[in-house]
Design a protein. Structure first.
Length: 102
């Protein structure tokens, strides 16, 4: 009974990827690469959006008056909205975990 070099190679086992999933599905590594590609595509589209909306607009918020490029102002508003949604989601998860431990 002999063993192949691939079975004894600690580097090959360290990836956590056992090769193609049964049925030809995605592996963990290929799923990460797909996610990276989608993320890069979103960043390119976001950059194009900001660069196409460089005209300045007046922004008034909580007593602050600022002149910002429209694309940047919308990006900041969307990011702030995402943070609010994330905080609400975390609060709900904490609430549910607290209720489950009672």
């Amino acid at each position: 009974m002999t063993t192949s070099a691939a079975q004894n190679d600690p580097v090959a086992d360290a990836s956590g990827d056992d090769g193609p999933a049964p049925g030809g599905g995605l592996t963990k590594v290929s799923a990460v690469w797909v996610a990276v590609g989608v993320g890069l595509l979103c960043l390119v589209l976001l950059l194009v959006f900001v660069l196409q909306n460089l005209q300045r607009s007046q922004v008034h918020f909580l007593g602050l008056n600022e002149s910002l490029p429209l694309g940047l102002a919308l990006l900041v508003a969307a990011t702030a909205g995402g943070v609010v949604v994330g905080v609400a989601g975390v609060a709900r998860v904490v609430q549910l975990r607290h209720a489950a431990h009672r």
